[in-house]
Write a protein that binds this ligand. Structure first.
Ligand SMILES: C[S@@+](CC[C@H](N)C(=O)[O-])C[C@H]1O[C@@H](n2cnc3c(N)ncnc32)[C@H](O)[C@@H]1O
Length: 221
């Protein structure tokens, strides 16, 4: 027998997502070109989806974000989405370990309308985060190596102020979350992180089923 919540939960399929996408802020020509050129340059097609970018913009505006930290820059796609939701003196500090990806991102960020609001920090997420001051950010977005997420969450709970946003991508584990025999080696790390988040008292968070699933949470303590 279905639980009360299961009966009330609409089963959302591809047609619903197409409908939703048609009613959500779209990427502009610049971001679409970035996506195409990133693929031509050999970057993997693992940037967030446009509707995730729009969702992050709404959340950043809701918490009046000025300072954002991102772990996992890739080509700068999500950093540009987020920077556009910040005031003129806002800043996204985005961290990338791969030098070629950091070069690509810096090139595109420099040509964007938010060039003055994004800094690319080169290095490993845990090394770079350690250098950021406590309570120096209003929001953080985790989108790098999945095994690193627990450490990134710990550091972001220090760096992001109380009331700020902490989001993390890939909660649905590349579509393999519930597979009996997942092929992606990062699936166990995603599952472990998904089990960890509800146990952390300093954050209240939910998984929003956009893209590959995105944790969105608020630092509460
Ligand atoms: C999913 S991509 C980021 C996508 C980007 N946020 C977007 O939506 O446009 C993940 C990135 O994290 C980087 N990465 C992996 N391990 C990392 C680490 N330990 N520290 C920093 N960056 C890392 C990868 O090189 C890759 O470019």
């Amino acid at each position: 027998m279905l639980e009360h919540q299961d009966k009330d939960q609409v089963s959302v399929g591809p047609a619903h997502f197409a409908y939703l996408r048609d009613r959500t802020t779209r990427e502009d020509a610049f971001l679409a070109a970035l996506r195409v050129e990133a693929q031509k340059a050999g970057l993997p097609p693992i940037a967030i989806q446009p509707e995730q970018g729009a969702c992050l913009q709404v959340l950043l505006r809701l918490c009046n974000a000025r300072e954002v930290v991102e772990i996992g820059t890739l080509g700068g796609y999500s950093a540009i989405w987020m920077a556009r939701a910040l005031p003129d003196d806002g800043r996204v500090r985005t961290i990338e370990v791969d030098p070629e990806r950091a070069n690509f991102a810096e090139h595109w960020i420099a040509r964007s309308d938010v060039a003055g609001r994004i800094e690319v920090h080169r290095g490993r997420g845990d090394d770079v985060l350690r250098k950021f001051a406590s309570d120096s950010a209003d929001a953080a977005f985790l989108d790098a190596d999945k095994a690193g997420y627990p450490g990134y969450l710990r550091e972001c709970l220090r760096i992001v102020r109380i009331g700020g946003l902490i989001a993390a991508d890939n909660a649905l584990a590349f579509g393999q979350l519930l597979d009996v025999k997942p092929t992606d080696p990062d699936v166990p790390a995603v599952r472990a992180f998904n089990d960890l988040v509800p146990t952390v008292a300093e954050i209240q968070a939910v998984i929003v089923p956009l893209g590959d699933g995105m944790w969105v949470g608020v630092r509460v303590g």
